[in-house]
Design a protein around this ligand. Structure first.
Ligand code: MG
Length: 159
């Protein structure tokens, strides 16, 4: 069985928060606002895996109305979702994601992000990360926030 899922997420950039992407802290003057660590890359990947599993979305599994997910590590949430896939007889065989951010420059951090994401159970050589700007257009272009589109492929026997 081969299944694919898409994920999309965006968060607002605000002052007074650390910028966490792919489980690592990236030096910047602002960070992403959110109930958890607001790791928009992990959230998007989580949604893509849940999509492939036919399991709805991140908000259904880790609702922001529940105190236990406040400041939760999104890498840990990704780990839980990958375990969920394994229980259903699937491995995450490929992840591709595009991070849309005007600043900071993310290229130099992509390998470190991949390494960190690999700790959640996807092999490092099965992850492709890309960073792009939005050419100054829209909310990402104005630097108001960061968005991520992710696609995951799951392979396995299914259950
Ligand atoms: Mg989110």
């Amino acid at each position: 069985m081969i299944r694919t899922g898409i994920g999309y997420d965006s968060h607002r950039l605000v002052e007074g928060r650390e910028l966490i992407l792919g489980g690592i802290v990236i030096p910047f003057d602002r960070g992403l606002e959110g109930h958890s660590d607001a790791d928009v890359l992990c959230h998007s990947i989580i949604d893509s895996v849940l999509g492939a599993l036919g399991e709805g979305d991140i908000g259904m599994h880790f609702p922001d109305t529940e105190a236990r997910w406040k400041d939760a590590s999104s890498i840990d949430l990704l780990k839980k979702v990958i375990e969920m896939a394994r229980e259903r007889g699937y491995e995450v065989s490929w992840v591709d994601a595009s991070i849309i951010a005007e600043a900071p420059k993310l290229g130099p951090h992509l390998e470190a992000m991949k390494k960190e994401i690999a700790g959640s159970g996807v092999k490092q050589d099965r992850i492709n990360l890309k960073a792009t700007t939005n050419e100054g257009m829209g909310f990402t272009g104005r630097g108001e926030g960061i968005a991520v589109i992710a696609v995951s492929t799951l392979t396995g026997t299914g259950s």
